[in-house]
Structure formats: C-alpha cells, structure tokens
Design a protein around this ligand. Structure first.
Ligand SMILES: Cc1ncc(COP(=O)(O)O)c(C=O)c1O
Length: 389
C-alpha cells in the first residue's frame, strides 16, 4: 500500500467532508479546506493506540514525563532548540492555548497584534476575549513573497499593547520566517515589553532550503518573553486526538498562564492521545521524512500546473501544506470567486477573505492529499478556467 496514497474518509466523521453542505451548499465538492491531511495517520501511532486498548480500563491518566521528553527530544533534533520538561504543559488545542494566553497576559481592553492574512481564530480569540485587535498587514513584494515591516510595527505599539500573536510558519501564506526577521520582530517586542505568543504548530512541515527557527531559541531574552504553542496535530495528522503543548521558559509567565489554565480546568487529556503523542514523537523520524517528500512532490505539482495556467499565481510555500493561490488576475469579486470554485470547479477551498481583508482575491488549497487526488483537483480548475474563456 502506498503510504501517502488515496484514502477514503467517507465512512468516518471527518469534518472536512461532513460540513460540506453547510459550508459550500453542496456535498458535491472535493474538500480541500480545513488543515488536516487526507493521508493516513502513521501506522506506528495507530499500533500504539491499539496496544493500549488491550487493557480494558480507560480511566483518568496523567501524561507521562516520557511523553513530554519525547517531544523535547524531537524539537531538539528537528529545530535545534533545547527545552526542559518543566516548561511544557498539556493543552487540548492550540486555539484553546491562544485564548488562555490572551487572558493570562492581558486585560480586557488591552491590545493584541496579529499579522494579517492569518489563521482566522487569531482574530476571533482576540475579539471574543474583549481585547482590542491591532492588525499589522503583511505586504507582498513584486515576486509575491510576503513580509512585515518592523518599523511600522513599532509605531503601532501603544502602552496598551500586551501581546503579539506570531504564526510561525505562517498560515495561510506559507512563510517560514528567517532569523533576521524573527530578531527584528523580537527586538521590537523586547523594547516595549510585549509578550510573544508564537503558534508553531506547522513547524515540522518545512521544505528544502528553509528551516524553522523557534523564536524563543534565539536568545535568553526572547526565551523569557515568549510562549510557544506546539503539537503533533499537523505533523502526524492527529488533530482529532485533541492534544498539544504550551512551552514557557519564564517562571513569571508560566505562573500567569497556569493561573488561567486552572480556571478552565484543562486537566491532563485523554488516555489514547497520551499514547499517540508519545509514539508519534518517539518513532516519527523516517515517516516524517517520507511525508515531507510527498508534500514537496505535491507542492511542485501545483507549481508546474500554475506555470501552464498563468491566470492563477502560485508562490510555492516554504512551509505548511497549504497553497495560497492568487486569483486576482481572474478579475472576480470574492463572492464570485468562491462560487466559481464551488460550482464550476467542484472544489471546496477556504476563501482568502476569511483570513483577513488582505486575503481578498486569494483562495487557500490544502494539498495534503494523494498526488492523484491533487491532479484531479488541478484538472478540474483547468477545465473550469477553459470553460470560462
Ligand atoms: C496556525 C494554526 N494554529 C492552530 C491550529 C489549530 O490547532 P488546534 O486544532 O490544536 O486548536 C491550526 C489549524 O489549522 C493552525 O493552522
């Protein structure tokens, strides 16, 4: 069996499929939206879960130190960052950790900076916690590459600015931030005492020529002002296990965070997810390498396709399995664009506008599928474009 071949998820309760009617008004779309993979979770993870099920009792369990240590070892080997077990705590989801961090490091009415376009809960968690959103718009150069302006960022900070929410690597634009960029961003946050909450859940999906750098690993000062959100959900396709971690070196920030964590009673998570987590990080090295090769093939497949279909511009992402597709040359409004992909191409993609107004004219396509499924999707877009002419 091809490890990254076609998978039929129709018999499962996969959100990507079951929510199609609600989101796209039809079940008749190939779904390429929410960021999980239409690829099998590694078999060694499934085997570890099956083995745990031999024992007939599934009562309360705490997460073992060995599970946290497996994650520490993975991060050391893959991202050259040495973290200590006591810096880590369990969280049921990265988004829940964002909410908890917002409440821990700011008060109602304080300001939180996000760099847009970005993963939609970055906006909603700030707004729903009654904090004030400061949007730093990422800008594109003539080649389509995105960046931020640290001098402009400095001018956006006020005495009420308490947190910068960093997405690293950045969903949806696929940037893997370079060391000089992170240092510039970090210098501004250090100067004004802004806590960096760095969502690094995509950090293991990075392509040749790029390397993920945890911002907290760059200096002791940055380590002391950063809260890093980590997890196996994207890397090993186990988002459905509801397990992630929060890494905080600073005792002061950790105490503040733990105060909020206790209020919502995160607890210690689910038995089967503990087992899956430890197995994923312990035995994942070879599987992960093969996954990156597969995703890189898919990324290149889109690049070759877009070289032939020049109405649609595709800048290959440096990281993540998400293609940020520039459709502005088609000259459609956002609603028309979304309908074009649903009705004419038969695809369920994420609308660019849902990632902030900077996403107008873009669509996000999740290419973590078999290469054959991707080719089918690209052919459908090609046909829809021809019919439009
Ligand atoms: C940047 C980012 N953070 C967090 C999440 C979701 O993480 P979780 O399911 O653990 O809340 C996603 C999912 O797409 C994401 O892209």
């Amino acid at each position: 069996m091809d490890e990254f071949g076609e998978i039929d998820r129709s018999g499962s309760n996969a959100e990507k499929y079951t929510l199609r009617q609600k989101l796209f008004g039809t079940d008749n779309v190939q779904p390429m939206w929410v960021a999980d993979m239409d690829l099998a979770t590694p078999v060694y993870v499934l085997d570890a879960v099956r083995e745990r099920l031999i024992h007939p009792v599934l009562g309360y369990e705490i997460m073992k130190d060995s599970a946290y240590e497996a994650q520490c070892k993975w991060i050391h080997e893959h991202h050259d960052w040495e973290i200590k077990r006591e810096w880590l705590s369990y969280s049921p989801s990265v988004v829940a950790s964002i909410g908890c961090a917002i409440r821990a490091f700011s008060d109602e009415g304080d300001e939180v900076i996000v760099m847009s376009p970005v993963y939609p809960p970055f906006f909603s968690m700030v707004n729903e916690n009654n904090r004030h959103l400061i949007t730093h718009s990422l800008t594109q150069n003539s080649e389509g590459g995105y960046g931020f302006d640290s001098e402009l960022l400095r001018t956006q900070i006020t005495p009420k600015t308490k947190i910068l929410l960093l997405c690293s690597p950045h969903n949806p634009i696929g940037r893997v931030w370079r060391k000089n960029e992170l240092l510039a961003l970090g210098a501004v946050c250090l100067e004004y005492g802004v806590v960096i909450v760095s969502d690094e859940v995509h950090s293991d999906i990075v392509y040749e020529g790029h390397a993920h750098i945890p911002i907290a690993s760059l200096s002791d000062e940055l380590s002391e002002c950063t809260v890093t959100l980590l997890g196996p959900g994207k890397t090993f396709n186990m988002a459905g296990f509801g397990i992630s971690t929060v890494c905080i070196a600073s005792k002061k920030l950790r105490d503040l965070y733990d105060g909020q964590r206790r209020l919502v009673h995160f607890g210690d998570g689910a038995v089967l997810s503990h087992v899956a987590f430890e197995a994923a990080y312990t035995y994942g090295k070879e599987w992960h390498k093969a996954l990156i090769d597969h995703l890189q093939t898919n990324r290149d497949t889109i690049a070759q396709w877009s070289a032939q279909n020049t109405q649609i511009r595709f800048i290959p992402p440096q990281g993540t399995y998400l293609a940020w597709v520039d459709c502005r040359k088609l000259g459609m409004g956002d609603r028309e664009l979304r309908e074009f992909f649903i009705q004419k191409a038969g695809l369920g993609l994420s609308a660019g506008l849902s990632f902030g107004r900077e996403g107008s004219g873009f669509m996000r396509l999740n290419f973590a599928v078999s290469t054959s499924a991707l080719e089918i999707a690209l052919a459908k877009i090609g046909t829809a474009l021809k019919e439009r002419k």
